[in-house]
Design a protein around this ligand. Sequence first.
Ligand code: AMP
Ligand code: ZN
Length: 509
Amino acid sequence: MENQLFIYNTLSRKKELFKPINAPFVGMYVCGPTLYSDVHIGNCRTFTSFDIMYRYLLHLGYKVRYVRNITDVGHLADEDAGEGEDRVGRQARLKQLEPMEIVQRYAFGFREVMALLNLLPPSIEPTASGHIPEQIEMTQKIIEQGFAYEKDGNVYFDVEKFSKSNNYGILSGRNLEDQLDNTRELDGQEEKKGRLDFALWKKAKPEHIMRWNSPWGVGFPGWHIECSAMSQKYLGETFDIHGGGMDLIPTHHTNEVAQSVGCCGNAPVNYWVHTNMLTLNGQKMSRSLGNVFLPVELFTGMKLAADSPSATPSQAKLEGKHPLFEKAYNPMAVRFFMLQTHYSSTLDFSNDALQAAEKGFNRLMESMKTLQSLPASASSTSDITKLREQCYAAMNDDFNTPILLSHLFEAARIVNSVNDKKEALTAADIDTLKTLYKDFVVDVLGLNPAEENGKQMEVLDKVVNLVLDIRVKAKQNKDFKTSDELRDKLTEAGVIIKDGKEGSTWTLS
Ligand code: AMP
Ligand code: ZN
């Protein structure tokens, strides 16, 4: 195992040598999506960053149990304040559906997007609603330890009491006074002892849809306790890696640490890893700000049809038809775009950046094809072994994908140069290069060369639009026989046309 892997740990604010508790086993938990709407490209960035870490750990030979939860209950509208309607419950009310119907719809879309971006599925994908007893049990233990109290059917974590013997701000680096200064006093929460106290269990109001019996009456769990309970259940009281977006540090993850320490006395996680945000014009992409891009608006190859059960209004725009983008993109080019920046830096999303990424991705894929039939020589003009070491060094330095890509582009340059007979490689070096591409491009970066699906969809997109243009012209010439025939033939071929005010759109049947 080539293990000199260094990981930046939010806890110590340093890069640390990675030492698993029980090698070769590694436990990794990542906060998953709250499925009350479609995941956006920002969420995808976070999950892609952790997919890279998962893949590299697997490549190094670790046996990783990767747990990424699905939040289907307890995430409130204003989570920082611990207030507001449950996000899934709200959608259920508005759409007059069961909460689990809402979650099922968006889980379907989420998994499709993850697969298109070539993310490996996690080992376990637990849901919060499937772990209510575990959350109740953990809450009880925290009460027994004296770090939580019950008030009128609610259970709150006692931050002030916890802080007397523990550092509540250990993850965020913020002290208690600082946090108190930055926290609003809220109406209707008078039962809380302290402003920073957060709910482990909440009493359900009569109109609250998702509700369970508990020792404290009918209610539902707080958002933070689900991750503590589920990570402990599947990975143990202390495990190796816990991840999520940086936006989760000050509240969600801070509270997770407090809950686990409050319950069991020991720190839950050795390495806390946080990914930076995808931005749009410098502003965090987020559902609450309304500046989100959905994969369905951007990708080629999405199967979801506008009128499918999981469709949302924006999906009516269909595959890659967002006005800000000139065209649809192969999801692999979007993945490549994300890998060009280190996970700890912000990444700004734009049409230009995607176009550049698509070119880069295609260049790398072309060189991979060329490599398969490269002529061998008696000697080499490049040091391929060194190049391979540099690739490992890049990934060992806190999963530095942009540096890795620069080495892979050096590999691509060598391949093209050898192909043009300007440089030379021995048969053994060509084999090493093939392994290097397989290891780093395919296995570690997850850039799928057999992305024929994406390419074919791009071609299909152009061809169908061409036929639709011809149909418009036929209609303009009052040649309705041809226009109907084109429509029927497309339907026969599995392309469903929908005529609207602003022209026609299509989906695959
Ligand atoms: P949510 O569904 O809002 O709970 O978010 C799921 C995950 O996506 C969390 O780890 C968030 O930190 C992450 N996330 C949310 N917005 C962004 C963004 N703009 N860029 C990167 N990650 C994000
Ligand atoms: Zn979480």
